[in-house]
Design a protein around this ligand. Structure first.
Ligand code: NAD
Ligand code: UDP
Ligand code: UDP
Length: 343
């Protein structure tokens, strides 16, 4: 089995006539599932920039062609409209498996579909990795820790997850995806990598995905009150998207399976976040309290010592540095939307 895998990978380069990139490294062919989404499209930019071939698989549930349109016409880029719940045959060296709605509003919209995406989608991508001997990276989530009883969260913590709640399709779906990845690793020698991603923000997030950073930023730009759920004292740690993308690539290229927490340890309550958004966008912005959603984790902050030590990775961009980049992207898109309405 192992021999078969090695043989497949070795011959790929010559079959496709790919030329070496830089010194000592040949060009790779890489699949990014969910590559038309927020994180995926930034990852695609990085992989294309460094000279590799990228195939994006996306069903456009939350992703948009606009996020990758700047690569159309590049012979090293390919976009396939495909649902990962269905099998697919490709010849590739690496698989970054991101396909899955990430915002609570999106993943609760059709919870059974979210589970199918996490379980059958991940199974198909692992089956593909096994067949062609590709390395496989899963984008899991800090949600596997549930409403954590340990703070900050280390990778050794097993979590506190409600198996029958509204968030379970996502939390338990990702936990099963991690299990599948480890079983293919142990049972079929697939080279797997597991990232547990903490709340990430940046340009190209969906304007109305209901996540807290996108909500506050869009609300402040539109001169609407920022909606704080519950008492606003719950905390999250916000990572800028380029830091995450660097972490994902370091994990894929490194020798460690993980899981690794990838997040920014800077912790903010929702009330503090609203203050930062006020500072950056509009000092006259107001807040409005709303009822919180079910099973909302009270606090979340990554312990990133493992990624620091083994991947030599840590985030570089603070919330106050990263937020303005997202704000200018949102301002442009909201302006275009308004002009579209008037036209
Ligand atoms: P996103 O919603 O912007 O991107 C997800 C992409 O997957 C979209 O392009 C969507 O159309 C596609 N997709 C969904 N279901 C699919 C299916 N069945 N077949 C094919 N494509 C499908 O979300 P994101 O923030 O970019 O998240 C990317 C990944 O990172 C997800 O797996 C998510 O769980 C994980 N993650 C993100 C965060 C975060 O804060 N952004 C935190 C933890 C984990
Ligand atoms: N699969 C796929 N592409 C491939 C290889 C497999 O989509 O190139 C799918 C396959 O259809 C199956 C899943 O991945 O549903 C798991 O494949 P595996 O070979 O591990 O298991 P089996 O097919 O024996 O159930
Ligand atoms: N939240 C909020 N206002 C909003 C959207 C979310 O106060 O308009 C809160 C939400 O209750 C949660 C936190 O912000 O405590 C983060 O929510 P998000 O949906 O961004 O991510 P997740 O819950 O998955 O961490």
């Amino acid at each position: 089995n192992n021999n078969h895998n090695q043989r497949t990978t070795r011959t790929l380069g010559s079959q496709t006539g790919r030329v070496p990139v830089g010194i000592g490294r040949r060009r790779l062919r890489i699949v990014v599932t969910g590559g038309a989404g927020f994180v995926g499209s930034h990852l695609v930019d990085k992989l294309i920039d460094r000279g590799d071939e990228v195939i994006v698989i996306d069903n456009f549930f939350t992703g948009r062609k606009n996020n990758v349109v700047h690569h159309f016409g590049n012979p090293r880029f390919e976009l396939i409209r495909h649902d990962v719940v269905e099998p697919i045959l490709l010849e590739v060296d690496q698989i970054y498996h991101l396909a899955c709605p990430a915002s609570p509003v999106h993943y609760k919209y059709n919870p059974v579909k979210t589970i199918k995406t996490n379980v059958m989608g991940t199974l198909n991508m692992l089956g593909l990795a096994k067949r062609v001997g590709a390395r496989f990276l899963l984008t899991s989530t800090s949600e596997v820790y549930g409403d954590p009883l340990e703070h900050p969260q280390k990778e050794t913590y097993w979590g506190n997850v409600n198996p029958i709640g509204e968030r379970s399709c996502y939390d338990e779906g990702k936990r099963t995806a991690e299990t599948l990845a480890m079983d293919y690793h142990r049972g079929a020698d697939v080279e797997v990598r597991i990232a547990r991603i903490f709340n990430t923000y940046g340009p190209r997030m969906c304007l109305d995905d209901g996540r807290v950073v996108s909500n506050f930023v869009a609300q402040a730009i539109r001169k609407l009150p920022m909606t704080v759920y519950g008492d606003g004292k719950q905390t999250r740690s916000f990572q800028y998207v380029s830091d995450l993308v660097n972490g994902l690539v370091a994990l894929m290229e490194g020798e460690h399976v993980g899981p690794f927490n990838l997040g920014n340890p800077g912790e903010f309550s929702m009330l503090e976040l609203a203050e930062v958004v006020k500072e950056v966008i509009d000092s006259s912005a107001t807040i409005e309290f709303r009822a919180n959603t079910a099973d909302d984790p009270h606090m979340r902050k990554p312990d990133i010592s493992k990624a620091k030590e083994l991947l030599n990775w840590e985030p570089k961009i603070s919330l106050r540095e990263g937020l303005p980049h997202m704000v200018s992207d949102f301002q442009n898109r909201i302006l275009n939307e308004d002009e579209g309405k008037q036209a």
